[in-house]
Design a protein around this ligand. Sequence first.
Ligand code: NAD
Length: 362
Amino acid sequence: MSSVRLEESSVFSQLGLLNHQQVVFCNDEETGLKAIIAIHNTVLGPALGGTRMWDYATEAEALNDVLRLSQAMTYKAAITGLNLGGGKAVIIGDSRKDKNEVMMRRFGRFIQNLNGAFITTQDVGTSPKDMEYIRMETKYVTGIPEVMGGNGDLSPVTAKGVFMGIKACVKEMFGTDSLAGRTVAVQGTGHVGENLVSLLRAENAKVYVSDINEERLIKVARQYGAEAVNNSRLFDIDFDIYAPCALGSTVNSETIAKMKCAIIAGSANNQLADEKADGQLLLEKGILYAPDYLINAGGLINCYSELEGYSRKRTMQLAENIYEATREVLKKSKEEEIPTYLAANKIAEKRIADIRKIKSSN
Ligand SMILES: NC(=O)c1ccc[n+]([C@@H]2O[C@H](COP(=O)([O-])OP(=O)(O)OC[C@H]3O[C@@H](n4cnc5c(N)ncnc54)[C@H](O)[C@@H]3O)[C@@H](O)[C@H]2O)c1
């Protein structure tokens, strides 16, 4: 009895923390589906967010994840200037053995019942095939396979956004946004990293690359004329811009102490290990940090474009807008002497508050 109460109180206390509009618990005995859909905010438009399938240790952990991630989507859409709200879904289970067509289609029906308030896409543990199953039961899904009207690889769009974010930071720091002769260290030469290296080299930047995958590293270095460096010694090298395109949390008190660069701008999610402390450290050290959730918004932009009737040209234009959005963040950060992540959060919150006003007036 007491444990039930504890569970209940933790669920309801979590629900109140981040101001969610709606949280839906999806339970279906027949298919074994246990999922949570969190709609954080729909002031700007329908809540869009991926469906993550993960073997969470507890249901409270799943709830915590979906609440946190859906709030982050609200900020990401708002700062990028898209007419989308923030949402996310999690399915509790092992994606390698627990999922199947019927479970995904049942989940699609839960989404359909929300009448468009939530639109989903692929995330960790779900695949284009899963999106295809969901699509059989609801039209509120994007990121579907090319054969069903989707548009394939998102990473060129993401890389373009990161590239524009880098240029905005370079403009702020050096007075011109030309990358010719600037030195950039791209950590991670995967889908986004490779596309970014290609864009940087086309503007004659000097590029260092690092990766734990030796084969990829050498391939990308050779193909684009970049210099391969040992990943563990990356911060011993002098460069202007650090572009993390592999993992999160690579910007922490230990690495910041070693950093000699002027700018951090890359695609990895959650680059700051401790947003508050590391954001402040970077401000004090005079290193410009382009908020990751803004400059890596290419994937979201691509989904938005798909909903609007996909055009590659329009999608790339939207990714280019990341330049101005980053400039605005840097300006606010400078004027108010606050870390850039905080400046971005404030701009996102203001946009939502402003649009809320016009939507409530006649
Ligand atoms: N693909 C997108 O459109 C997109 C959108 C938003 C954010 N992101 C984020 O950007 C990052 C890169 O995405 P991706 O699609 O290119 O992934 P990817 O898996 O294609 O590439 C990641 C690369 O990083 C390398 N890597 C892994 N651990 C490393 C380490 N410790 N040090 C150095 N290199 C390491 C891998 O070997 C791989 O080559 C991820 O954090 C991802 O979450 C990607």
